[in-house]
Design a protein around this ligand. Sequence first.
Ligand SMILES: O=P(O)(O)OC[C@H]1O[C@H](OP(=O)(O)OP(=O)(O)O)[C@H](O)[C@@H]1O
Ligand code: HPA
Ligand SMILES: [Mg+2]
Length: 178
Amino acid sequence: MKSDMEKILISEEEIQKKVQELGEILSEEYKDKNPLLVGVLKGALPFMADLIKAMEIYLEIDFMDVSSYGNETTSSGEVKILKDLDTNVEGRHVLFVEDIIDTGRTLAYLKDMFKYRKAASVKIVTLLDKPSGRAVDMTVDWIGFEVPHEFVVGYGLDFAERYRNLPYIGVLKPEIYQ
Ligand SMILES: O=P(O)(O)OC[C@H]1O[C@H](OP(=O)(O)OP(=O)(O)O)[C@H](O)[C@@H]1O
Ligand code: HPA
Ligand SMILES: [Mg+2]
């Protein structure tokens, strides 16, 4: 798989160091709050798994699976819920865990939905932020790394469902897309 990569943007060591730092910050922020960490499938899986092990506080986890509605044809930001939570979020401190915020549509929608469901707080931690892709205005509370306007893969992020298992973040060679 490494031969498919044009370049590595963020090494495994850099990711692991950042995840530990975020874990410490979030542990301080959420101690005594029994937060509910919500991973957005499938991309958030590796980050979520490492992040919760870096948090030494009481917490709960759950997952959602969503798919973007229409993409190019609509800018409504509507997303289809493929798998909802098993947990009631009323009065809970919810922390969404994402691999990447690109247009921002997925999380803008989920954030609004959880406020409507009366969560006590709704915040977002993302490993990667691609601000150049943003289509909707939204606040991201904690960001691991900013990435340039390129399609990135690895550590949860896929191209055609592949490369999620890479321990680093990189950019594929152009011929892989063809
Ligand atoms: O900010 P946005 O433009 O909404 O994009 C970000 C979302 O897109 C990707 O998920 P995708 O829908 O590809 O599903 P996956 O995690 O299963 O790959 C990524 O994991 C985020 O959830
Ligand atoms: O750069 C990306 N790579 C993989 N999946 C994505 N989903 C949104 N942006 C990206
Ligand atoms: Mg994807």
